[in-house]
Write a protein that binds this ligand. Structure first.
Ligand code: PA5
Length: 426
């Protein structure tokens, strides 16, 4: 479902010649869960091992909830936020006609944004899912307080209780305590799966069920990727090795993930978090950035074509089959001179843009290009792609010699904030 194409024969050769022993060693560390951070490798076999009873329970709660609400407020940040949004937008698109609207809060402390969401939902039927593994992160914590109070004030405690769900650790943290005390329905984030690897756990699955996404197809895609990425010469490892060579042997410092579909924008944000938080350690790692073309061709495209060289390479997501397509209409007068395009669909024109840009950036601009061909943009493809990138991230991180599964740097700011806000005990 994903094919990795290197647009440079020299890099292709170097990837083919890269030490098979090294890839084998790392692959065994991942599959046998023996590498550093191995207590966070639960995601590797999760498409098989996930808790089937909990999924059935989630389906019942989600089906009940979606009958009652128009909007689900999804509270969370980082790995407790990006996966659900990336999936929802990739699968349902940006303006879905049916299903519950998902609105994300707790990923910002912006007072204006929070107040605007408050104004937006106060006259709507809404529910809340509060997602935090630690249960103590400040941003989602304070957002939840505001919206829990709003719901209780409008609907009363009993109705609010039917509309609030917590997703958190099985035992620890303030959110677990709060959910137990208030009697909120609670789903568990497994101990051995960290935030950015958690989209297939209730973190991503519960909001997506409420939105009406087909979860069984997501799991089918993830399972297929799990099987496809067991061999040593799989496409995810090819991508990991290519970016490793570009970084450690060719000196590239940054990678930009390029999409040609607006509904893939948050997927690129999820990818940035996955690779940035996993690899940016010990003074190492590619700085992950992202672009959506054509939009960014009219801003960053200039830099990519002619700016500082040997810093940035591009990885392009080439979606073969769009979810929808349309034609450029004919116009008898042709005042805008566009009738020459009427035999083509928008998707065909988008493909021409992709080919023209790759030629310009890779051949004229001398910027290495990796193309990742995606078959389509549905639930199965999301499951496949998310698992595929997690696996390539694990390979890439271990090749770099870092622990891909912790985030000590993020903890620094969290603790600083606690101290500055005078949280008791800090
Ligand atoms: O990937 C990660 O582990 C982080 O981005 C966390 O998901 C993020 O910091 C949110 O943490 P929590 O779920 O504990 O609120």
């Amino acid at each position: 479902m994903i094919k990795t194409i290197l647009k440079d024969s020299k890099i292709e050769n170097e990837v083919s010649n890269f030490s098979k022993d090294e890839v084998k060693k790392v692959s065994e560390m991942i599959e046998n869960k023996t590498g550093e951070g191995n207590d966070f490798l639960g995601w590797v076999t999760w498409p098989n091992d996930f808790d089937k009873d909990e999924l059935s329970r989630m389906k019942v709660v989600a089906n009940n909830l979606k009958e009652k609400i128009e909007v689900l407020l999804v509270v969370g940040i980082g790995g407790s936020y990006l996966g659900a949004r990336a999936a929802d937008e990739m699968i349902r698109g940006l303006y879905p006609k049916d299903g519950v609207e998902l609105i994300y809060i707790g990923n910002t402390i912006s007072s204006t944004y929070t107040k605007q969401v408050l104004e937006y939902v106060k006259n709507k039927e809404f529910g809340i899912v509060n997602i935090s593994k630690s249960g103590t992160t400040t941003e989602p914590g304070i957002a939840f307080r505001v919206f829990e109070k709003l719901l209780v004030d409008i609907k009363g405690k009993e109705v609010a209780k039917e509309r609030i769900v917590a997703v958190t650790d099985k035992a620890k943290g303030a959110l677990k305590q709060l959910a137990t005390a208030e009697g909120y329905e609670t789903f568990t984030i497994p101990d051995d799966i960290g935030g950015r690897f958690s989209v297939f756990t209730p973190v991503g699955i519960f909001p997506l069920l409420v939105a009406g996404v087909n979860i069984d197809e997501i799991f089918a895609g993830a399972k297929k990727a799990m099987e496809d990425t067991k061999s040593l010469d799989n496409e995810a490892y090819k991508y990991a090795v290519a970016r490793h060579i570009l970084h450690t042997q060719k000196g590239f410092k940054a990678e930009t993930l390029v999409g040609y579909e607006l509904q893939m924008q948050t997927f690129t944000e999820w990818w940035k978090q996955l690779f940035g938080e996993s690899e940016g350690k010990d003074g190492k790692g590619l700085f992950p950035t992202s672009c959506i073309f054509s939009t960014d061709l009219h801003s960053l495209g200039q830099f990519v074509q002619e700016g500082t060289k040997n810093v940035l390479f591009e990885t392009i997501i080439d979606v073969k089959k769009p979810t929808m397509d349309l034609n450029v209409p004919t116009n008898d007068e042709d005042l805008d001179g566009l009738n020459y395009l009427t035999s083509k669909s928008f998707h065909e024109i988008n493909k021409v843009a992709l080919e023209g840009v790759i030629d310009a950036h890779a051949n004229t601009g001398d910027v290495p290009n990796i193309v990742l061909e995606f078959e389509k943009m549905d639930a199965e493809m999301f499951g496949y792609a998310a698992y595929w990138f997690m696996k390539s991230c694990a390979m890439s991180g271990y090749l770099l010699g870092i622990n891909p599964f912790n985030q000590p740097g993020v903890e620094v700011y969290k603790t600083n904030m606690f101290k500055l806000l005078r949280k008791p005990g800090f």
